[in-house]
Design a protein around this ligand. Structure first.
Ligand code: C2E
Ligand code: MG
Ligand code: MG
Ligand code: MG
Length: 291
């Protein structure tokens, strides 16, 4: 960090740096246009209960169909939007789109809780909380049908100040989930007080359980910790039957990942829900008494 700031005090002309900045500037303008022109779209990925494979929730994941550059992944533009103060506009767009979709699905008899990924900067702001209240009322969606996922790193950056808004949201009935759990630096004192209902095990641990046995222990510890705190635990990045089975044995509550389904557009998602989406899942029949 010291070396970096020292370097910055020299004003060498760096063509590569300039090209990079120009590129970022263009991207920022394009992002503004994407929001205005409707180039963003939301994909949905099911979250299922491990006990019976029933779809309990869906996670909304934003995509950017850039007219020139093509598909831009959220892992590219979300951090960029966060750095440039544009995340809030994206979050509000996603929330609005999701709640309108949720209202349509509820009307059609598909009642789900939908998770939206939000930045800590969104949730820290009281005006975002009132935005949510207004949107829920306008779209006539119950707060129980909305879940906010906040990363562990975000939550633990300033847990004390975040708590108030999280408590308010929880009291409203909105569900809260800590995403990418295991990659941040949780204070257990704060974690125990956090008004959340779910821990989401980071996919890096889940995907490499078969290669690194330590990861099985880490996953087991997170499941136990979650249960001790009275939280539901979901594993993301479930790609194989072996991972599903290991998680089921460890008592993980829910699963999400390519084994179940990849994120898909809204229409495909509702068709997927109507089809018997469970048939390929390695669900073990309920244990009848014996151990
Ligand atoms: P995340 O919230 O942890 O979402 C999980 C990511 O893993 C998604 O990537 C999903 O498509 C991917 N994934 C799901 N199942 C599997 C699997 O079995 N294997 C593998 N390898 N990957 C799987 P995606 O959609 O590219 O999103 C990446 C990240 O971008 C998200 O991580 C989230 O942090 C962020 N993001 C996405 N949409 C939004 C949004 O609307 N708002 C905000 N603030 N962040 C978003
Ligand atoms: Mg997420
Ligand atoms: Mg995650
Ligand atoms: Mg859940």
């Amino acid at each position: 960090c010291g070396a970096k700031s020292a370097r910055r005090s020299f004003a060498f002309y760096d063509p590569e740096q300039e090209a990079y900045s120009r590129n970022q500037l263009t991207l920022m303008g394009d992002l503004r246009e994407a929001l205005a022109e409707g180039h963003l779209l939301v994909y949905y990925q099911p979250k299922v209960k491990m006990i019976d494979g029933v779809v309990s929730e869906a996670e909304a994941l934003v995509r950017w169909q850039h007219p020139v550059r093509g598909f831009i992944a959220p892992s590219v533009f979300i951090p960029f939007a966060e750095q440039t103060g544009k995340l809030r506009a994206i979050t509000e767009w996603v929330v609005h789109d999701v709640l309108m979709q949720a209202a349509v699905w509820i009307e059609e008899g598909l009642e789900l809780c939908i998770s939206v990924n939000v930045g800590v900067s969104d949730v820290e702001d009281a005006s975002f909380v009132s935005f949510l209240e207004r949107q829920l009322a306008q779209c006539q969606v119950q707060p129980q049908n909305l879940c906010l996922e906040i990363t562990e790193t975000g939550v633990m950056r300033n847990p004390k100040d975040l708590m108030r808004n999280l408590e308010y949201l929880r009291a409203m009935g909105v569900k809260l989930s800590i995403d990418d759990f295991g990659t941040g630096y949780s204070s257990f004192a704060y974690l125990a007080k956090m008004p959340v209902h779910e821990l989401k095990i980071d996919q890096s641990f889940v995907m490499s359980m078969s290669e690194r046995f330590e990861n099985v222990s880490i996953v087991r510890s997170i499941i136990e910790l979650g249960h001790i705190l009275g939280l539901s635990v979901i594993a993301e990045g479930v790609e194989t039957e072996a991972a599903w089975q290991a998680l089921a044995v460890m008592g993980c509550d829910e699963a999400q990942g390519y084994l179940i389904a990849a994120p898909m557009p809204a229409d495909a998602f509702s068709l997927w829900c109507m089809a018997d989406s469970r048939k390929h899942l390695p669900i073990t029949p309920p244990n009848m008494g014996e151990d």
